[in-house]
Design a binder for this molecule. Structure first.
Ligand SMILES: *Cc1c(COP(=O)(O)O)cnc(C)c1O
Length: 382
């Protein structure tokens, strides 16, 4: 089978990969243009304007949570969540070792210490059985991450948190709309955090959101993100706050994207089905999981390259690249990053990190592009 024609792609998206099948590009339609133009024309181009509140309310409603506070990106959403809970120096926060760097950095910004836990070999998320051994009197919170769109084992995590009096902040930056036992992720812990970066399930360019059912936390998030300015006295600041606000233009984009989220998720799940069908019988390839108790949104459809495959992970990525297919390696483990380096041994996270590949997963990916990707992978199998 030949290379699919991709001339129409990349004209306005990413010149560098104009000729490549990309890992993830956003889908921006007429509604997005309409709302964004409306926001720009209205003159409300900073953080005031009707779209900010609408986006907050609609996104919270979509997730089944009472309150939403929009922020400038997912990283500051994580930081603000920790800050509003009072997490600070000498505290410890439990996070998975295999995740994006934002999670560890957000903890570090507060002065607290991120404590790394190994991955579950099946879900690739934090292994709930490895959490308890990391808890001590300094532990204040657990931050599970719904990695690549697959929900973490929330029931077990909530149970541990309750037993030890810990907060749970869900990092749902990669899993908008994913469900754990029928509940949307981000609605289960004390606080749910989202990112709307360009490659996420829905995007505002840069952006983030904090969801909670507790009014006092929501109000504190809105207060801290606006320089902790007093409601009653302008330019009076009772503590050190932040400028973490989302703009009305970004919120307009987000609102239009939110109207299409069900289509995006359906498309992601269909892409996963196609990959599963075309790669399912390949020796030495483990596919993206979906536990029976959840709905995975397959933010990034991924494979693990096992020993039994013909090539190593990096060799396969190189071959795919030579064939015009962009991929990403799995995240580097937190305990292997210079700022957080330690000689901890977390074998499952390390193994996944060394062997995982994110395959092209854009919602605008064509069926024949998936077929092409799979045919290239198959051609290198032992
Ligand atoms: C993308 C992401 C974030 C941070 O989002 P930004 O908006 O890029 O700051 C946080 N956590 C995880 C797991 C992510 O994938």
């Amino acid at each position: 089978m030949g290379r699919p024609q991709l001339y129409e792609r990349g004209k306005d998206i990413n010149q560098e990969f104009a000729d490549m099948i990309p890992v993830a590009t956003p889908s921006i339609g007429e509604k997005e243009l309409e709302y964004v133009c409306d926001a720009v024309k209205s003159g409300w181009i900073s953080s005031q304007g009707k779209y900010v509140q609408q986006f907050e309310e609609q996104f919270a409603k979509y997730c089944g949570v009472r309150y939403g506070a929009s922020v400038a990106n997912g990283t500051v959403a994580l930081h603000l969540a920790l800050a509003l809970l009072g997490i600070r120096r000498n505290d410890e926060v439990i996070i998975p070792a295999l995740t994006y760097i934002s999670v560890a950095n957000a903890v570090a910004y507060t002065g607290a210490e991120p404590v790394f836990v190994d991955s579950d070999p099946y879900t690739w998320c934090i292994n709930p059985d490895k959490i308890e051994e990391k808890i001590n009197r300094n532990t204040k919170a657990i931050m599970p991450v719904h990695l690549y769109g697959h929900p973490a084992e929330m029931e077990l995590i909530m149970e541990i948190a309750k037993r030890y009096g810990l907060y749970v902040i869900e990092d749902a930056a990669e899993a908008h709309g994913a469900e754990y036992k029928g509940k949307k992720v981000g609605s289960i812990g004390d606080i749910g955090v989202f990112s709307f970066y360009g490659n996420k399930i829905i995007t505002t360019g840069e952006g983030g959101m904090i969801l909670t059912n507790r009014q006092t936390w929501h109000e504190r998030a809105q207060f801290l993100k606006n320089h902790a300015m007093s409601k009653d006295q302008r330019y009076f600041h009772s503590e050190v706050g932040f400028n973490y606000r989302l703009t009305n233009i970004q919120a307009a984009l987000g609102l239009a994207q939110l109207e299409r989220i069900d289509d995006f998720i359906e498309k992601k799940r269909k892409i996963a089905q196609t990959y599963n069908r075309l790669l399912g019988d390949l020796k030495g390839i483990t596919l993206s999981p979906e536990a029976s108790w959840c709905k995975n949104v397959f933010w990034m459809y991924s494979i693990i390259v096992e020993d039994g495959f013909g090539l190593s992970r990096n060799e396969l990525m190189n071959r795919l690249s030579e064939n015009g297919i962009e991929t990403r390696p799995f995240f580097v483990c937190m305990h292997k990053q210079p700022p957080y380096a330690s000689n901890l041994e977390l074998p499952v996270a390390e193994r996944l990190s060394a062997r995982g590949i994110n395959l092209p997963s854009s919602v605008n990916l064509k069926e024949e592009e998936i077929e092409f990707v799979c045919s290239v992978i198959r051609s290198f199998s032992a």
